[in-house]
Design a protein around this ligand. Structure first.
Ligand SMILES: Nc1nc2c(c(=O)[nH]1)N[C@@H](CNc1ccc(C(=O)N[C@@H](CCC(=O)N[C@@H](CCC(=O)N[C@@H](CCC(=O)O)C(=O)O)C(=O)O)C(=O)O)cc1)CN2
Ligand SMILES: [Zn+2]
Length: 754
């Protein structure tokens, strides 16, 4: 086989029924063995490979499986784990999990967003002393596994330049990219070994080049592929650029001695023009990524073929693939019998996308294939009227600028301090309390019809009361109801909003064993009924202290859903914002004096290239303000952000105009505060003082230290004391002492300030 022809750049790995999640969690809990975990992985790989083969794919990827994360896998493959993990004397598997999850003496690697997706990777730590040797055997082992099934796979690796660009320096001022010449021989050795196993093609992913890159970074890309191509006994090299157009990297890769290039022709539809005009691709195979790897709509075959055919005169050969790995979509639409049949006909999950690739590949090659069903599905969606709601359209058309503007902060702050009467350094939490087994079981029983509505309501009320009493006992100032009724902070709202559909099995990996079921936003959005008011009102009825209402913001709801692609995202955001605005108003009417509107995904949706930033900030900030500007001055609006490097969005955070912003900060030792202040931010701020991503419980001295650092950047009158994020993934055994220490630190510093 000399050409790739048709392929997918990657595939889901958590298992169609989340088999890997269960095996991992059993292993971590000590209720499952290593052999059981490894066997589960083996079965999942076999299922995937044979399904892809049977579907008729030209080239089948291996290496798309992972026990936790593909970036961590790459660090392990090349022996680049920090010494704090390797010196523990654990088995290879436990060393790997120590890096992923941390152990008491060795905090985990940092976790952060994988480009603009809701997947999170582990950040390699590299320094001047880092050395690379090919130590991992997983790549070669998987090739042997596949070959035993009669399949010669195409191993997928993270490319060397993106790997280094994703790493963080373990020494200030060090640039991991300077390690390129150290790293390349290890990649070259792996290529040699793979060729010796009979591998014909290797895929190297370089998604970092979908973002703006400097000349030295582009030079590193040039150098990397000239060096790797020189390896005498090597498979053919396919480089994959995805999550957007390649910009200047297109020319660099076209002129490099690689054998094939995969391009994303979905994210930026104009990128096909640049590819078609690139003269240096004449000797290469180009894989036209025309099937969207990140969204769930069926591909329009004619539009896809127009794009792919435009490359026929540019490249030596043109194949068809997905725009990126299918890691970001669920397995199979066929597992969703309860979806509305008409909507289901418009959808393609991973399994269906493989069929789309095969079909388009045949059509491109001139085979006589029947495109009618694909055309009919797309036409049916285009002609459907259900997604349009005239009432929503009218309301949007009637909006004016003042609907997204509140009176000046100085005026609001006065009204709020009278209404709330909070102490200095008020303490609060971010919303969720631990989702206990009981709570999850009650929800599962309710969903299955084994628990009646009224029984479920009673169970949730009991949990809310328990959480309110706990917070009173701990001495927190602003309480929350704890979110026990929410399966997920986006899905919960989507299930109650018109315009969304929910799946039953549409799980997508978010990190490690954690998954989400992104809802499908298919039509105009509106709110038939209040969504959270009953729970908030009940919680407030139990206590004299203020209970914070808890909502998810429009940007985050979009970021964590599969969105419609038939109108600009900003238009959809405005509709979601109005639904949230109605909920905020109803909470206010119900006597809730503080409402938090979470926007943890504000950074995630930021376009990878600076050219798109201004337009994004425009609609994203407007949507948040539209959602939150309908309240009285005395109603305090909070927002919350986490899981990100905030640098580039600080001006936008300021522009949200929230009265109080809580922001993840514990792990970075409050660094973000100086940046916020530097960006002119002068409203309330609650930097996280408790890292909730780790089971570690900070003592009150540690919390006091963090608050003191914060007080150097923010005056006491504007500083709030809270954890980094919600507590839903933690256990009460950790949460109770941690919050006790948090309250103690606040009290001590209040005393000192007096
Ligand atoms: N959408 C989203 N994205 C996000 C976050 C987030 O909170 N939501 N947080 C950040 C980090 N990402 C995260 C993603 C997932 C989870 C998480 O905890 N996921 C849960 C599932 C949450 C859920 O939907 N739970 C449902 C369904 C739970 C379930 O699996 N039920 C069982 C049966 C229940 C039982 O008996 O235990 C089943 O269906 O088989 C519920 O509680 O109702 C998990 O993987 O375990 C946490 C953080 C960034 N991105
Ligand atoms: Zn958070």
């Amino acid at each position: 086989m000399n050409t790739i022809g048709t392929t997918v750049l990657g595939y889901p790995r958590i298992g169609p029924a989340r088999e890997l999640k269960r095996a991992l969690e059993a292993y971590w809990a000590g209720t499952g063995t290593e052999d059981e975990l490894l066997a589960t992985g083996g079965q999942l790989r076999e299922q995937t490979w044979t399904a892809l083969r049977d579907a008729g794919l030209g080239s089948i990827p291996s290496g798309t499986f992972s026990h936790y994360d593909q970036v961590l896998d790459t660090a392990v493959l090349f022996g680049a784990l920090p010494e704090r993990f390797t010196r523990l004397g654990l088995s290879p598997l436990d060393t790997y999990f120590a890096a992923a999850r941390g152990v008491p003496d060795a905090p985990a690697l940092e976790m952060t967003k994988w480009f603009d997706t809701n997947y999170h990777y582990l950040v390699p730590e590299l320094g001047p002393d880092s050395r690379f040797t090919l130590t991992g055997t997983a790549t070669v082992d998987e090739v042997r596994e596949a070959r035993a099934l009669g399949i010669t796979p195409r191993p997928v690796l993270l490319g060397p330049v993106t790997f280094l660009l994703l790493a963080k320096p373990d020494t200030p001022g060090f640039r991991p990219l300077d390690l390129l010449d150290e790293l390349l021989p290890a990649y070259a050795e792996l290529l040699r070994q793979l060729r010796a196993e009979g591998v014909e093609w290797v895929q190297l992913d370089e998604p970092a080049f979908a973002a703006d890159r400097s000349t030295p970074e582009l030079n590193a890309l040039t150098r990397a592929y000239h060096v790797l191509a020189k390896q005498a006994d090597r498979p053919k090299l396919l480089v994959a650029g995805y999550f957007g157009g390649l910009g200047r990297a297109l020319g660099v890769l076209a002129r490099s001695p690689i054998d094939a290039l995969a391009v994303d022709l979905v994210t930026d539809e104009s990128f096909v023009d640049a590819v078609a005009a690139e003269g240096a691709l004449r000797d290469k195979e180009v894989l036209a990524g025309v099937v969207d790897g990140r969204n769930v709509w069926r591909t329009d075959p004619d539009r896809a073929l127009v794009r792919a055919r435009r490359l026929l005169d540019t490249a030596a050969r043109v194949g068809v693939s997905t725009s990126c790995s299918l890691l970001h979509v669920p397995y199979d639409v066929a597992a969703e019998p309860r979806l509305d049949p008409r909507l289901r006909g418009w959808l393609a999950f991973a399994r269906q996308k493989v069929d789309e690739v095969v079909l388009l590949g045949r059509a491109l090659a001139g085979a006589d294939v029947d495109l009618t069903p694909a055309r009919e599905a797309v036409a049916d969606r285009a002609r459907a009227t259900e997604p349009t709601d005239p009432a929503v359209r009218t309301r949007i058309a009637g909006l004016t600028e003042k609907d997204a503007i509140r009176p000046p902060y100085a005026q609001r702050v006065l009204a709020q301090s009278t209404a709330l009467d909070l102490p200095a350094l008020p303490t609060t939490t971010i919303g969720s309390f631990p989702q206990t087994g009981d709570v999850r079981r009650a929800r599962a029983a309710h969903r299955a019809g084994r628990l009646r509505d009224e029984e479920y309501r009673t169970a949730m009320r009991a949990e809310i009361e328990r959480v309110v009493r706990l917070q009173e006992n701990l001495g927190l100032d602003v309480l929350v109801h704890g979110e026990p009724e929410r399966n997920d902070m986006v899905q919960y709202f989507a299930e109650q909003l018109a315009g969304f559909a929910a799946t039953e099995h549409g799980w997508v990996q978010s990190y490690g064993s954690r998954c989400v079921r992104p809802p499908i936003l298919f039509g105009d959005v509106s709110r038939p009924e209040p969504m959270t008011v009953e729970w908030a009102r009940y919680a407030q009825s139990l206590t004299g202290r203020p209970v914070k209402g808890m909502l998810t913001g429009p940007v985050t709801i979009l970021a964590w859903s599969f969105v419609r692609d038939d109108q600009p995202l900003g238009d959809t955001a405005r509709q979601v914002a109005l639904a949230i605005r109605d909920e905020v108003a109803d909470l206010e009417t119900a006597g809730i004096r503080i409402v938090q509107v979470d926007e943890p995904a504000l950074r995630e949706l930021l376009p990878l290239r600076a050219a798109g930033h201004e337009a994004y900030f425009g609609w994203a900030v407007h949507a948040f303000r539209l959602a939150t500007s309908g309240v009285a001055d005395s109603t305090q609006i909070h927002t919350h952000m986490c899981y990100s490097e905030f640098g580039e969005v600080l001006p936008a955070i300021d522009a949200l105009d929230a009265d109080v912003t809580s922001i993840e900060a514990a792990r970075s030792k409050m660094e973000v505060l100086a940046d916020l202040t530097g960006a002119g931010f002068a409203r309330g701020v609650g930097p996280g003082v408790y890292d909730i991503h780790s089971p570690r419980v900070p003592d009150s001295g540690e919390v006091t230290g963090l608050v003191r650092t914060a007080l150097a950047a923010v005056p006491a009158g504007r500083l709030w004391i809270n954890p980094d994020c919600g507590l839903k993934t933690r256990r009460y055994a950790e949460v109770e002492p941690a919050l006790r220490h948090l309250v103690a630190a606040a009290r001590q510093l209040r005393g000192e300030a007096r």
